[in-house]
Design a protein around this ligand. Structure first.
Ligand code: H79
Length: 452
């Protein structure tokens, strides 16, 4: 009974640690929902984001030492890429994983091809996650993949080159305010820092970690690989001065480099939602990042895969709200993207092959909630195009639109030669469609209309 009471008492606290009351995941970004405050004009930011806003769909890759045994350590389930903290693994033991890290099956061209075949236009790889291990050549810090593993290869370099060859943009993820390998990286009340190796939180000095590790490594990443995006995570205790300094450092080296909001303190080019799609979109440029199963890093017993249906619906939902979708894969310790992930992504790619026009380069829906699916839009010189992605196909052979539009031409994206009949009625327009849904995931009706 005592234990039940204790659990009941602390359960809300535990829940609160992961999900804020507003539904965002607590990644230590205390300004996650705030309006971004840049000293650059919206036009300058929009220009930097030009390719990114067209791209709409990217691949997130979480790959690091935690993948070696699929988030298990000494037979214990470390639950996620947070394995080191979840199991409180001492640094001296965690480092031993590096001694055996030899992903002999890694092939950068194959990974990029998986992304490309899925219809993804960019890729973001974890260059350093919370465990502090650099997956790139880092002359400033020995705890990196070239110096500390028998593999001695540089996946950031190889993926940069493979992306260039296959026409994808390449970016790097960098855990900013969490680093469990650095003795000075602290956190609020020690909740998220390494207090098992370095228990004296009050003696830690974030600025020392910032000077010693963050600034040199970000400089290395930009000068060595010229990433198109730096995707920061978990700003935690970074000060406004430090966030500002970091942004200046990045833009001095490369003014075209996109930086997300988790550089901290309301700065950065675009907002991030983790594992969530905001109900009404966002007023600023934004991106949802999401896992294919339950963890970001490869977890060997997690088979809770999302269906292709749900992935396409998420992508279209996000596009209809003007956002980007960064969908994650977690390759194994051998360097293989799990086959189920590859299969699901292939299905999404097949759908995009036919219907990509409804996603890439589109803007958000001009309408409110639509019972049958989602709408995206493109504005032409004399007309506008609406893409109606129908998730729930009407059974009566008619798609009723309850808004007034003057249709110039209507067709299915899967059969553009065949014009669909349309009829204006009291509440809007009725479009005659096939009785059977041509595509079980979603069928897109393309409408060229007079400017709305
Ligand atoms: O990289 C992926 C995640 O590992 C990272 N962000 C994405 C992109 C992430 N870091 N933290 N979080 C997501 C949410 C953090 C939840 C925590 Fe906790 C709250 C960590 C510590 C307190 C959950 C609850 C884990 C332990 C207690």
């Amino acid at each position: 009974m005592k234990y039940v009471l204790i659990i009941l008492l602390f359960f809300p606290l535990w829940l609160n640690a992961q999900v804020n009351l507003d539904g965002t995941i607590d990644t230590g970004d205390k300004f996650a929902n705030a309006k971004l405050e840049s000293n650059e004009s919206p036009e300058v930011i929009a220009k930097r984001l030009e390719w990114w806003s067209e791209a709409r769909f990217g691949m997130f890759i979480h790959w690091g030492l935690y993948a070696q045994d699929g988030c298990f350590w000494k037979g214990k389930d470390g639950r996620s890429e947070h394995m080191m903290r979840n199991l409180q693994i001492p640094i001296s033991d965690y480092e031993k994983i590096a001694d055996e890290f030899k992903p002999t099956c890694f092939n950068a061209d194959e990974w990029v091809k998986v992304a490309k075949d899925a219809g993804m236009k960019y890729m973001v790889l974890t260059s350093k996650h919370h465990d502090g291990f650099a997956m790139f050549n880092s002359p400033s810090n020995n705890y990196n993949i070239l110096t500390s593993t028998p593999w001695k290869r540089d996946p950031v370099k190889e993926l940069t080159e493979a992306c260039k060859k296959q026409g994808l943009k390449f970016g790097v993820y960098y855990s900013l305010g969490r680093d469990w390998h650095d003795p000075d990286c602290n956190s609020v009340k020690g909740w998220r820092s390494n207090v098992w190796d370095f228990p004296e939180e009050e003696k830690k000095d974030f600025s020392k970690y910032f000077e010693r590790k963050v600034k040199p490594q970000i400089t290395e990443l930009i000068t060595q690989y010229h990433p198109a995006i730096i995707w920061f995570d978990t700003p935690e205790l970074i000060t406004k001065e430090e966030s500002t300094e970091l942004l200046s450092l990045i833009h001095e080296l490369d003014p075209t480099c996109i930086v997300n909001q988790r550089v901290g303190n309301k700065l950065g080019d675009y907002a991030v939602r983790e594992q969530k799609i905001p109900a009404g979109g966002e007023p600023r440029p934004w991106e949802t990042c999401m896992t294919l199963n339950g963890a970001w890093g490869y977890h060997k017993t997690d088979n809770n895969w999302k269906s292709a249906d749900s992935l396409v619906h998420s992508l279209v939902d996000i596009a209809s709200k003007g956002g980007n979708f960064l969908l994650n894969v977690g390759p194994t310790g051998k360097g293989i993207i799990p086959q189920t992930s590859v299969n699901r992504l292939k299905e999404v790619g097949e759908w995009l092959n036919v219907n990509g026009e409804a996603v890439y380069g589109t803007s958000s829906s001009p309408f409110g909630k639509l019972a049958w699916g989602r709408c995206t839009k493109k504005v032409g010189e004399d007309d506008e195009t609406l893409y109606l992605s129908v998730f729930y196909w009407p059974k009566n052979g008619k798609l009723q639109l309850d808004f007034p539009v003057e249709i110039i031409r209507a067709c299915l994206l899967s059969d553009t030669d065949k014009e669909l009949k349309t009829e204006t009625n009291q509440s809007g327009v009725s479009i005659t469609i096939p009785i059977q849904a041509p595509n079980e995931i979603a069928t897109v009706v393309k409408l060229v209309v007079k400017p709305l």
